[in-house]
Design a protein around this ligand. Structure first.
Ligand code: ATP
Ligand code: MG
Length: 409
């Protein structure tokens, strides 16, 4: 195994924990089946040390594999379970020839699932699925309880891809995360609203379930109160709240400008930042969003399709006399600093469209999509990636401006 290239540790979502994983070769097979390469193996002491590391935050579960020899070390096994659970990591206990009394003790210690070894067919896969569902199936616990006394006036930040796949959602999700983690303690509260009602992918990017209550809330905004709004949100890693797109694909005009205004007022009252992911299409409630927005990021890339869409978008807004000055054009997959002809093309594109391109995001390569597929913000899946650095910088400048405004007011 050691000759294999080691996967980026930041993409590890699970670990086996055992005296020697080679004693459990069926476990190796089943872990590979369920998770590909995104898992690692740890010894007992290593596991305890690892739980304190920042990388451990990305762990969804450990598979703690023990046999009769380990039974002598029951307190250590118990400690591993306690520490994992304290870090929000689920525990699947895998045991060979262990007495019922020991098993019972470990389950009481907090292990979430038990699977006997040798592993019966599919048992591990099913246990993994159950553990992952548990994580998601607790809307009551996961939904924040909002204080109706909150009277914030959150800043509204919008992302809108002027062509499909130009990175609007990537920007939105990561901006939300960087803002939510901008300060070590008492950081700003952040709520992300996925209003890309049909293809919204925020749920996918953050590995959150889509739920019926989102539709229920959107279809009756008049009857919505703090509690109903709160229940339509999900908490992501204790750091930010998310209104995912609804479960079903809905027509974009299922909501009206009035609905949007009610949801926005509610969100702004409870959160310091409200980040909105918009559909590429212009809709009847686009104006309401643009009017409420403090900053409206429009993502493009360096190609003819984006150039033409930008022109059409700008004209449409101008025809309605909408506040185009709020637009901040973002060039995604921008040419590198050293690519002089690419730089010149960006400049020409901006000039010919009569826009200024305020943000340039570098191509971050495969890790960007892989991180999103694992349901993690880039800060956790690829913290040193140049794209992540750029988005973190943008978040820092937004947050600085915003806190200055608040102090000045
Ligand atoms: N700068 C980048 N470097 C590498 N990959 C990127 C970059 N920006 C986006 N991606 C990848 O490109 C794909 C499209 O990005 P994303 O979903 O954020 O775009 P979008 O504008 O929201 O698309 P849609 O039109 O589907 O809403 C994703 O797989 C994402 O991981
Ligand atoms: Mg998107």
């Amino acid at each position: 195994m050691s000759t294999m290239p080691q996967p980026d540790t930041s993409l590890i979502v699970a670990c086996t924990v055992s005296r020697d994983v080679q004693n459990f070769d069926l476990l190796i097979e089943d872990m590979e089946l369920a998770l590909g390469e995104s898992w690692g193996d740890l010894g007992f002491a290593e596991a305890l040390a690892f739980f304190g590391q920042p990388e451990a935050q990305a762990l969804e579960f450990i598979a703690l594999a023990i046999d009769e020899t380990d039974e002598e070390n029951l307190p250590l096994m118990g400690e591993i379970i306690t520490q994992a659970k304290a870090g929000g990591i689920k525990v699947i206990l895998i045991a060979e020839d262990v007495t019922p009394a020991s098993l019972h003790a470990l389950l009481r210690q907090g292990a979430d699932e038990f699977v006997p070894y040798p592993l019966p067919e599919n048992e591990l896969g099913e246990a993994i699925e159950r553990v992952r569902l548990q994580e998601q199936a607790l809307p009551a616990a996961a939904a924040p309880s909002l204080q109706s006394s909150n009277q914030k006036e959150g800043a509204v930040i919008v992302v809108h891809g002027l062509a499909g796949g130009t990175g609007a959602t990537t920007l939105g999700v990561n901006l939300a995360w960087e803002l939510a983690t901008a300060e070590k303690a008492n950081g700003p509260s952040v709520c992300m609203l996925d209003l890309d009602l049909q293809y919204g992918a925020v749920a996918t990017f953050l590995d959150l379930p889509r739920r019926e209550v989102v539709y229920d809330m959107l279809s009756d905004t008049e009857g919505m109160d703090d509690e109903i709004f709160g229940q339509s949100l999900l908490t992501f890693q204790d750091k930010m709240q998310v209104l995912t797109a609804p479960m079903e694909m809905l027509p974009l005009d299922i909501i009206t400008a009035e609905d949007v205004n009610r949801v926005l007022d509610m969100a702004r009252r409870h959160f310091d930042y409200v980040i909105i992911d918009m559909p590429s299409t212009l809709v009847s409630w686009s104006e309401a969003i643009l009017t409420a927005a403090h900053v409206y990021f429009a993502t493009v890339e360096l190609d003819m399709r984006c150039a033409q869409n930008t022109l059409r978008f700008k004209r449409a807004l101008q025809a309605e006399e909408l506040p185009v000055e709020k637009l901040r054009y973002v060039m995604n997959r921008a040419p590198k600093f050293t690519d002089l002809s690419g730089k010149a093309r960006v400049k020409r594109m901006a000039e010919s469209l009569g826009i200024s391109i305020d943000v340039q995001m570098p191509d971050g390569g495969k890790p960007i999509t892989q991180g999103a597929d694992h349901g993690l913000p880039l800060a956790q899946s690829a913290p040193k990636n140049p794209l992540r650095r750029e988005i973190a910088k943008l978040a820092a400048s937004i947050h600085e401006l915003n806190t200055k405004d608040v102090k000045a007011a």
